[in-house]
Structures are given as C-alpha cells and as structure tokens.
Design a protein around this ligand. Structure first.
Ligand code: PHE
Length: 344
C-alpha cells in the first residue's frame, strides 16, 4: 500500500488537463467515489494496528497533495478558458441599457420647474403627520368627514381628542402649514409629495398618489394673481393654446374656492371620450386662503392675504402621456416604464 501511495505521489506532477472534460476525468479517476484515493482508504481499514499511524499520515498527505494538484489544474483550465489571445480591447462593448426616470418623477420635475421660474421655492414635509397639520390648522371642523376612517389612514387614533391623531397625510397642504409655521413673509412655496387616502384600488383611484400644492402669502394678493399664475402654468404644461376655466367649489381652507379645468389637450376642446365629450378636464383645486387658516397659523389676516392651489401629479401625467390606468404607476412593469425612455 505504501508503494502505491508513493507511486501516486511521484506521478502527481505528471497529471495534466487541457480542458474541463479532461479535468473532470482526472477528478473521477483520483478523487471520485470509485477513484484511486477511495480505493486506498478502503485498503487502509485492513492495515494492521501498529502501522496504522504512519500509513494514516502518509495517506492524508496524498489526499492533500492530490487535492492541491487538482486545484492547480483547475485554475489553469479556468484562466485558459478566458483565453487572453481572444481578448479584443477595441471591440465596442455590449449595449448597456440605461434606466429611465419614472413618469411621475418626469412630470413632477416639469411642474416644479414651471413654478420655480414663477418664483416658488420647494418645501417638503413628513408623510406620517399629526391631525394638527393635516386638518385642524386648515380650518377642518372637528367632525369634518375627511377626518373619518373612510378617507384617512390612521397610525394612531385618540378617541377622546381627534387633534391628537397620528395619520398618513391626505394632502400636502400639511406642508403648507409647516411652511407657515416657519415663515418669513412673503411666502411662496410649492409642496410636492405622496399622499394617502383610503380608497379601493382601481384604474381610476389608488390608496396613494402624488400632489403638488402651492401657497403664496403676501400683502396684496388677489384672485387675479392666482388666475394668472394658473393660466401660465397650464400653457407652459400643455401648450400655448390651452384655455382654463374656473368653477366655484368648496374647500375648508380657501374662500372663495374654485376648481380649474383646462381645455382638453387630447381633442383640443372638440370633445372626446377622455373629456367625456365636454371639451374640458378638471386638473386642480384652488382658492384664496381662508382668513381662519392664516389666523390659526399666527399670520395677521388683516395685513396678509394668500392664495393656494393643489393638483394631482398622476392626473397631469395621464393627460400628458395618456396613461389610462393609475395602477400602472406603481406596478414597476418595465414595458410601461421603458416607454418613457425618450422623456427626460
Ligand atoms: N388640498 C386639496 C386636495 O387635496 C387641494 C387644494 C389645495 C385645494 C389648495 C385648494 C387649495 O384636494
């Protein structure tokens, strides 16, 4: 047995493999289940007691040496496969496919850019908010239905005092409140961000979406200023032919309040299925900041006035890119996202 071991040891250097198949054949022959090493292991059982120690040591040395040689050969075969001679450094690389910006990010940036040019700065705030910033300081009565479970996601609700509730913000008006808290007047901000409402998910509604809300507070702010800013926005966003129309509406935090429609940019106002054959599509809510809101935020409503508006980024994106199912925005389907490769 010792002789066999010595023979194998000496023969080690003679082992060669040109490729993966030859290497595998060697492995089977020497290290495999029925290979030379295992044969010796089987023989080892019959070695008489007094020789066991020496033979065991020798056998172990063989095992390690075989394994080491095998690893050496494997290394050589592997680096041979990436044959240096085949390496062509001048070849053009495989096309690397670039990612795209999310359509909502693209449109949000466009909107922020337009308002940026009109002098608005950007303010951001937390998505998990307290009732104070989402409702109370915006003139929502304690029993206003928007505070209800049906609309609002609650993180923590305090049955005895609704103003202590912790919720997911239902609009980014909460950021406007935060902006007013720290305000040096005049104040001119736009507040982008994700908002949450407890809606069943469908093509037309989702439990979260994105808003951009704007707020301007100064000494002589009028409804005409608001109208002009919104008209400029609509034309920058949807083209110079775009018309706007304001319809009276109601929000707790603005008085008077309005909803703004633009002439349908898909049919140009002639009437189509998108605008339900009216020629108009609603894109935002707006109004003059209710004096109660100014006072609730320690701003003297006899000196200062303001306007506010809020729009949904998904809605604008649908109009711009004709996306007809809100769910597409959050499903991460690359076939959808790749369509925006050409946008920026
Ligand atoms: N906060 C309102 C909403 O979520 C939008 C709005 C903002 C309306 C500002 C008027 C003024 O629907």
């Amino acid at each position: 047995m010792l002789e066999k071991i010595n023979q194998l040891m000496e023969g080690l250097k003679e082992l060669h493999a040109q490729n993966a198949e030859e290497l595998e054949a060697l492995r089977i022959k020497y290290l495999g289940r029925k290979g030379a090493l295992n044969d010796l292991m089987a023989e080892f059982r019959n070695v008489p007691g007094e020789q066991k120690r020496e033979m065991g040591i020798r056998l172990n040395q063989l095992k390690n040496a075989l394994q080491e040689r095998f690893n050496e050969l494997k290394q050589a075969v592997v680096s041979d496969d990436g044959n240096q001679d085949d390496l062509d450094l001048t070849r053009t690389p495989y096309p690397v496919s670039l990612g795209t910006r999310h359509p909502l990010t693209i449109v949000q940036n466009q909107i922020l850019d337009i308002f940026g040019r009109l002098g608005f700065s950007i303010a951001e705030g937390p998505e998990v908010e307290d009732d104070l910033h989402v409702f109370t300081r915006l003139n929502f009565a304690a029993d206003h239905p928007a505070r209800d479970m049906q609309d609002t996601f609650f993180v923590n609700s305090d049955e005895n005092d609704v103003t202590r509730n912790v919720i997911l913000r239902t609009h980014t008006s909460s950021v406007q409140v935060r902006a007013m808290e720290n305000a040096e007047l005049p104040l001119r901000v736009v507040c982008p961000g994700r908002v949450y409402r407890n809606e069943a998910i469908s093509a037309r509604a989702h439990c979260f979406f994105h808003q951009i809300e704007g707020l301007y507070i100064d000494k002589d702010v009028s409804f005409a200023d608001l109208k002009q800013v919104l008209l400029t926005f609509a034309r920058e966003m949807f083209g110079p032919e775009t018309k706007i129309r304001l319809r009276p509406s109601y929000f707790p935090f603005t008085e008077p309040s309005a909803e703004m429609d633009i002439s349908c940019n898909i049919c140009g106002g002639k009437g189509c299925s998108f605008c339900k054959h009216t020629g108009w599509v609603e894109i935002l809510g707006c109004g003059m900041v209710d004096p109660n809101v100014l006072e609730a935020n320690d701003i003297d409503s006899k000196v200062y006035k303001g306007y506010a508006f809020g729009l949904g980024v998904e809605r604008i994106t649908n109009l711009k890119y004709r996306v007809n199912d809100l769910r597409l925005f959050s499903e991460n389907d690359l076939r959808f996202l790749d369509e925006f490769k050409a946008a920026y």
